[in-house]
Design a protein around this ligand. Structure first.
Ligand SMILES: Nc1nc2c(c(=O)[nH]1)N[C@H]1C(S)=C(S)[C@@H](COP(=O)(O)O)O[C@H]1N2
Ligand SMILES: [Mo]
Length: 216
């Protein structure tokens, strides 16, 4: 995968952070008690982080498909997606580069509804989530299967901006934000785990912020 020069520096920095094991406090947090995970600081703005290619996907050209360990091939185009039951969820963002952003109001389709439609086979236990920019990240199925996980098309009352993954991105609030794929395109249900883009470069397989699963 290539990145343009604008983001090449950021990508190199993040690779080096993983190599050096930076930003580890050694504190184990408690999600039920501590809103801010260890080693994080609050921001009010909404930083943009990606590989430097921001696909210009129009809703009419967008679709989410799934394959692998599922009963039959699956695809939602924009019209299908918007016809599904809609949920509104307010959640916090925790990025592994140590910024956190509280109180994001997301609207979209809940992951549990998606899973009920897709019907994963009993042996499905990991997902590879892919974006239209070529990005990929792996997630255990158990972490997608949660009531605060959604495929979001709206952020704070407005259509999700292109730079934040519009028309549709995944949002998994209980994991570091690199697991929340922007411009979501495809989900492969797998019976075995495999690393995505950042995971292959030294970032953690799961990525629980309260356990500071940044690297490893
Ligand atoms: N498709 C795609 N999704 C992605 C990324 C990416 O490069 N491509 N970057 C990830 C990373 S590292 C982070 S921190 C968040 C950033 O989301 P934001 O730009 O909306 O803050 O998106 C994640 N999802
Ligand atoms: Mo990130």
């Amino acid at each position: 995968m290539t990145a343009d020069s604008g983001n090449a520096k950021l990508i190199r920095t993040k690779e080096q952070l993983a190599q050096n094991g930076r930003s580890i406090t050694g504190i184990i947090g408690d999600r039920r008690k501590d809103r801010l995970p260890p080693g994080q600081h609050l921001v009010k703005d909404f930083p943009v982080l990606d590989l430097g290619k921001q696909p210009n996907m129009l809703p009419k050209d967008w679709a989410l498909s799934a394959a692998g360990e599922i009963s039959r091939p699956f695809k939602w185009n924009w019209r299908d997606f918007m016809a599904q039951p809609q949920v509104e969820i307010t959640s916090d963002i925790h990025c592994v580069t140590t910024w956190s952003r509280y109180g994001n109001r997301w609207k979209g389709v809940g992951a549990r509804h998606f899973l009920a439609e897709v019907q994963p086979k009993p042996n499905a236990s990991f997902l590879m989530v892919r974006g239209y920019d070529g990005y990929a990240t792996n997630v255990p199925l158990s972490w997608l299967d949660d009531d605060d996980v959604l495929f979001a098309h709206t952020w704070n009352g407005a259509p999700l901006a292109r730079e934040h993954g519009g028309p549709v991105r995944l949002v998994i609030p209980k994991l570091y934000f690199w697991k929340s794929a922007k411009w979501i395109r495809h989900i492969t249900f797998m019976d075995k785990d495999a690393p995505g883009y950042w995971e292959a470069l030294g970032y953690h397989d799961v990525g629980d912020p309260w356990k500071e699963e940044r690297y490893g």
